[in-house]
Design a binder for this molecule. Structure first.
Ligand code: FE2
Length: 288
């Protein structure tokens, strides 16, 4: 355990900040329940989603994007849920809701308004692409993991801003990773705080773990495969030059994750070029 310095936050500080994060709207909670319930059908799901006009529009837009599109155009939410599956709908719904929390300026991480949200969407595309490449059974769950992994930055940002010089000095002079420096200066890193938000939103244990451990996949035990996918995704996004915050490349890369998933160099470059194509050819990023 790393010893925290004087500016360290207490658990009470964190809990009061997590309280400021809005809960999921009732409709969204209901949609998540329905998509998890094997007894519910496409029509039940459609009825619930159509209560929210914005959500309906976003889902149809995503369902018809190059990222998801099949051979034919999808005109209704019921069609989308039959053709793409309930778990794809769940990840789309989460994407539209989480965006409103992430879509703010994060000066501590040197991220302009929308930057965290855009990076998170690209990371979600990356995790889903990796998941498909390694034949992971739930690619849409991987999408959600990629989308949410850095949610803790939303809360830690103000503290990072105050402790930035100290964090930076530890990264530069002591060769520590950004996450360890966050922990030394603030007492917590963005993964631990993000996991608290995920618990507040009642997200499944696998997603809480992935948020907590995405920079340290070696400690994962609930779903190490999902954590490995998200960990590699982060590195590939950075290699593609998409990650532009102050933490940049200052993270440790665990090559065991590559081994665990059976990836090789050719597969990794195929994944990056597939993601580059999706990002370039399509209006995939959701405007919130
Ligand atoms: Fe992160």
């Amino acid at each position: 355990m790393v010893e925290a310095k004087s500016k360290a936050l207490t658990m009470e500080d964190i809990i009061s900040k997590v309280k400021e994060i809005p809960p999921f709207p009732q409709t969204v909670m209901r949609i998540i329940e329905l998509t998890n319930d094997p007894r519910s059908g496409a029509k039940d799901l459609e009825a619930e989603i159509m209560k929210d006009q914005g959500l309906t529009t976003q889902i149809l837009k995503l369902a018809n994007s190059a990222f998801y599109r099949g051979r034919r155009k999808i005109d209704t939410v019921a069609d989308a849920s039959i053709l793409l599956g309930f778990s794809a709908i769940q990840s789309m719904v989460l994407a539209t809701v989480v965006g409103s929390v992430m879509n703010k300026e994060l000066p501590g991480y040197a991220l302009e308004k929308e930057a965290l949200w855009k990076q998170s969407q690209i990371s979600a595309i990356m995790t889903r692409t990796i998941a498909k490449k390694v034949k992971y059974s739930k690619p849409d769950q991987a999408y959600t993991a990629g989308l949410l992994r850095d949610i803790g930055k939303v809360i830690l940002d103000t503290y990072v801003e105050n402790g930035y010089d100290e964090i930076n000095a530890i990264v530069e002079n002591e060769g520590r990773s950004f996450i360890v420096a966050e922990e030394i200066v603030l007492g917590y890193h963005h993964g631990q705080i993000g996991a608290k938000i995920a618990e507040k939103w009642n997200l499944p244990e696998e997603l809480v773990e992935v948020i907590a451990c995405h920079h340290n996949p070696a400690v994962a035990f609930v779903n190490p495969e999902l954590v490995a996918i998200t960990h590699i995704s982060d590195s590939l996004v950075m290699m593609m030059g998409i990650h532009i915050g102050i933490d940049g490349l200052a993270y440790e890369f665990f090559s065991d994750s590559v081994k665990l998933l059976g990836l090789d160099d050719i597969m990794l470059s195929e994944i990056m070029s597939e993601v580059a194509d999706v990002i370039q050819t399509d209006d995939i990023l959701l405007e919130i």
